[in-house]
Design a protein around this ligand. Structure first.
Ligand code: GDP
Length: 693
């Protein structure tokens, strides 16, 4: 017999995980009673431990779904909150504290919450039972309680005492039964008294005759009857403390106390056929729960079959019967991502590194040239004015003047000492990171913030760790160039060709920048006027008052500012054009004239640096990153994830979440149905067995 209830309670818990549905559940025992009726004492007597929140101001704010699991082989008694994942709690006062905290977490304005707290208690001393403890009815609302609390509690209870649940209506013997809120509520939904068990507590507080008459109540006759109990834990004599407080089991103390009380009053004797004592109450609950559950099995299993048919249909139509689990989804996504990364590694090699590094160093060369060569002497307003022709006013290299040697040597030294190791490593690392980000965005992971972050962290961590050493090592590789640079004829020729392109490219950039500034100023004509004015200022023909902060020459200060930019760009364009001509000239064809052609020389240096860097970065940064990254992904998104994290990951994508829900629901329902079938067989076997014996 006992096995059946246990199984049915298990099925009931399983159904709870399928989701909220009124038809998809097996009945439970719902406990109602007014505050102070002794409701908690009854539940604690059944469990054998004090575990419910107490205190004058403690209103239970959430239903407690209490599942008692009989563990005949075990000694230990413990509780578990399956939803909280706190593990086994053997200290019942800690269960009490947890329940108190969960209650206090309900916002005061909400009064009560109908989201039940799941609590399972495992013990060799409890029967297999499933009980739902509801907030006690309150008579008068306290000063610090919201006025609607009373009504909200009533509504909550009403929802739970619906059929087919069994109602355990608690009333105290010292209160007129006609005034029992629990019985009144029960009568409303169960007028014929078919599924209500009446519990009369505090039998010790009324005289035995009156107590006996309560149990025989005919005004609201109950098919399942009334049970009288005395659930107060007796006080230890002399200490003033409650007997057996702490973690010990109180069942036998209560039973002894009850036995002493009821046997001393003949009114409750054997002939009276009155039902008294918590032991009897437990037996009754077990029997009633089992038979009620058993009779609900058929309708519940039909409901499950209907739900299963629905889920199966949805699975077929919406998801083409495609199986899916969070693990398989993650594994597939990760494989696909690693595959696309592999594809990227095949396309991004030394040549790509070279292009990135060279472009970066070219920019540095341009900066150096601008700093050291391309500044027109007349930018310095203290110098006498040169001839206005911009080409002829540019500095000419004079081989006899050592300044030009120093200028080139120091420019080349600036380039080699720029920290090329760091620079090259970081531009390549940044490029790798950008590609990884791009791959992520075009992968399934795009819809998964959690995975996106894990991937970014994986690549940044590896790149950061690698870059640190690689920068230093690369710096050492280029060290020889810091002292001496020999340029071959072929290198010179290549540099000449390349730098021409770089200068042309720069020319284009400057031209479009100049166009933009011209438009900002308000057109060609206006730009010309502003520039002419600035030129006159520079030439000393006009003297500005107060630096022209408030504007000058009929131009606002903002306009003058833009004008300066335009002048700068115009001059830069002149210089670039002139330098392109110079680089193309015969003179620059010969490396002996390197002082005339710093652009070509510096480009040749840049090329040598790039060659060293790309070789090194290809061997160190790329190959190491390509090896480590997929493995790091496995750790962060594969093996390293817990089941909950995998679930959380997969459920981030709403489409996947729905798919998973359908699969899960279908599997759970199938599982429950199988369990129910097993239960049916067990039931049949037990019937055969009992008819034989
Ligand atoms: P609840 O508010 O309905 O949960 O009631 P409690 O279980 O907290 O009990 C309210 C008060 O009645 C407490 O002080 C209990 O000690 C006391 N009480 C509970 N059951 C009995 C009983 O059978 N006899 C006596 N004398 N007192 C009881």
């Amino acid at each position: 017999m006992m096995m059946l209830t246990k199984k049915m309670i298990e099925i009931r818990s399983l159904l709870q995980t399928v989701g909220q549905s009124e038809t998809l559940t097996l009945p439970s025992i719902v406990v109602i009673g007014s505050q102070s009726s002794g409701k908690s004492s009854v539940l604690e007597a059944i469990v054998g431990h004090e575990f419910l929140p107490k205190g004058s101001n403690m209103v239970t704010r959430r239903p407690i779904e209490l599942t008692l699991v009989n563990t005949p082989e075990a000694h230990a008694e413990y509780g578990e909150f399956p939803a909280l994942g706190l593990g086994r709690i053997t200290d019942f006062s800690q269960i009490q504290r947890t329940l108190t905290d969960l209650n206090l977490a309900v916002p005061v304005e909400a009064c009560v919450s109908d989201d039940p707290i799941q609590l399972r208690i495992y013990s060799p001393n409890v029967p297999d039972l499933s009980l739902i403890d509801l907030p006690g009815y309150i008579q008068v609302t306290g000063r610090d309680q919201p006025p609607e609390l009373k009504e909200k509690i009533r509504e909550l209870c009403e929802k739970y005492i619906r059929s087919p649940n069994i109602i355990l209506a608690i009333s105290a013997a010292d209160v007129d039964l006609a005034n029992s809120t629990a019985l009144r509520a029960s009568r409303k939904v169960d007028p014929r008294g078919e599924r209500t068990i009446g519990v009369i507590t505090k039998m010790d507080l009324v005289d035995a005759e009156r107590g006996a008459s309560l149990l025989n109540d005919k005004k609201y006759a109950l098919r399942l009857g009334y049970v009288g109990v005395v659930c107060r834990v007796p006080q230890a004599i002399g200490t003033g403390k409650l007997f057996n407080r702490g973690n010990g089991n109180i069942t036998s103390a209560i039973a002894k106390n009850e036995a002493a009380y009821f046997s001393s009053h003949p009114e409750f004797g054997g002939d009276s056929h009155l039902d008294v004592g918590t032991q009897n109450l437990r037996k009754k609950l077990m029997y009633v729960l089992e038979s009620t559950m058993a009779s609900s099995l058929k309708t519940t299993s039909e409901a499950i079959q209907r739900e299963l048919a629905e889920a199966t249909y949805e699975f077929k139509v919406q998801y083409n019967d495609r199986p899916l689990s969070a693990e398989s989804y993650l594994a597939e996504s990760l494989d696909a991502f690693k595959h696309s990364f592999k594809g990227f590694t095949e396309q991004f090699g030394r040549a790509e590194v070279r292009a990135i590094v060279k472009h970066e160093i070219d920019q540095q060369v341009l900066n150096l040239l601008a700093q050291r060569y391309w500044n027109r002497p007349f930018d310095d307003l203290s110098q006498p004015l040169p001839d206005p022709d911009p080409l002829s006013s540019l500095p000419k290299a004079d081989l006899d003047n050592t300044i030009w040697q120093i200028k080139l040597d120091s420019s080349s030294a600036s380039l080699t000492k720029l920290g090329i190791g760091r620079l090259a490593t970081s531009v390549v690392a940044n490029a790798l990171q950008a590609h990884v980000d791009q791959l992520t965005l075009s992968s399934r992971f795009a819809n998964h913030p959690f995975a996106r972050q894990a991937i970014t962290e994986a690549s940044t961590t590896i790149l950061r760790d690698l870059s640190y050493d690689i920068s230093d090592e690369l710096e050492i590789c280029i060290k020889p160039y810091k002292y001496r640079i020999e340029v071959e004829d072929s290198e010179w020729a290549k540099g000449r060709e390349n730098v021409t392109n770089v200068l042309k490219e720069e020319l284009k950039v400057c031209e479009s920048a100049a166009k933009i500034v011209e438009t900002q100023i308000g057109g060609r004509k206006k730009a010309k006027d502003v520039m002419a004015f600035i030129d006159r200022v520079r030439d000393g023909k006009v003297v500005l008052e107060g630096d022209g902060i408030g504007g000058a020459g009929g131009f606002s200060s903002a306009l003058l500012h833009k004008g300066r930019e335009a002048v700068f760009l115009r001059d830069r364009l002149d210089v670039l054009k002139m330098r392109i001509m110079a680089v193309k000239s015969k003179q620059c064809a010969n490396k002996a004239n390197k002082y005339y052609c710093p652009e070509v020389f510096l480009d040749a240096v840049a090329d040598k640096l790039t060659t060293t860097a790309d070789l090194f970065l290809d061997a160190e940064l790329l190959s190491k990153f390509y090896y480590l990254f997929p493995r790091e992904l496995d750790t962060r998104l594969g093996r390293g994830l817990s089941q909950t994290e995998i679930e959380r990951f997969a459920r981030e994508d709403p489409k996947i979440r729905r798919h998973l829900d359908v699969v899960r629901r279908k599997e759970l329902l199938e599982h429950v149905l199988k369990e129910m079938e097993a239960l049916r067989q067990l039931e049949a076997r037990e019937k055969r067995f009992s008819s034989r014996s």
